[in-house]
Ligand binder design. Structure first.
Ligand SMILES: O=C(O)c1ccccc1NCC(=O)[C@H](O)[C@H](O)COP(=O)(O)O
Length: 195
């Protein structure tokens, strides 16, 4: 069964919504200067309020690996999403310290051989824009479990799963209404993957 990550949570109360719908993974943005960026205090509060059963991943763009290791060691995050041009060396360094890694790649690179636990296909930063799913290599050719992202919504999620057969889907804009996380959208998305 496809699993679901709900990303870009940025208000402390988003933890309560996540607890209600129980996604397989949640994400918060540490990349600076973005609409959904969280500061350390908010991140700590979200982790504190979030059910222990929901792993929280930090999203970073070309940031300091030592910070990622510290956040992981302190239990603030349970894994990292590398959303920039991070090197395989950085991925390996994190993996050697048992940090689960999601490496974001361009859709054409789904076959990339990497030490990361997952490759995530997205062409922008939580932009809500889809890409042409036909360019994703078929499942038997992929080396690493695939997370599909980019403009997934309650309207297109089922088609995306049918066409791409990803191990995971990752959604941010698609669970928002007027820029805030929305319980009904989140619930519908989770129901679609679990039906
Ligand atoms: O959401 C952001 O602001 C963001 C900023 C910098 C790097 C990544 C960012 N978001 C990543 C995600 O939320 C998801 O991994 C994914 O791209 C979902 O995007 P979408 O559903 O298209 O909003």
């Amino acid at each position: 069964m496809t699993k679901i990550k709900l990303c870009g949570n940025f208000r402390v109360e988003d933890a309560d919504l996540l607890n209600k719908v129980q996604p397989d993974m949640a994400g918060i943005i540490f990349a600076p200067g973005q609409r959904r960026t969280v500061n350390l205090m908010t991140a700590l509060k979200i982790r504190e309020r979030l059910n222990d059963s929901i792993p929280l991943y930090g999203v970073f763009v070309n940031q300091n690996v030592m910070d990622m290791l510290t956040f992981f060691a302190n239990g603030l995050i349970q894994g990292v999403q590398l959303h920039g041009e991070e090197s395989e060396l950085e991925v390996t360094l994190l993996r050697e310290r048992n940090v689960p890694v999601i490496q974001v790649v361009k859709p054409q690179q789904a076959m990339l051989k990497t030490a990361a636990n997952y490759v995530l296909l997205d062409n922008e930063f939580g932009s809500g824009k889809t890409f042409d799913w036909r360019i994703v290599p078929p499942k038997p050719l992929r080396q690493t479990p695939l997370m599909l992202a980019g403009g997934l919504t309650t309207d297109n999620l089922q088609d995306a799963i049918n066409q791409v057969q990803p191990e995971w889907v990752d959604i941010s804009s698609g669970d928002e209404v007027a820029g805030n996380k929305n319980l009904e959208k989140m619930r519908t998305l989770v129901d679609i993957v679990r039906q």
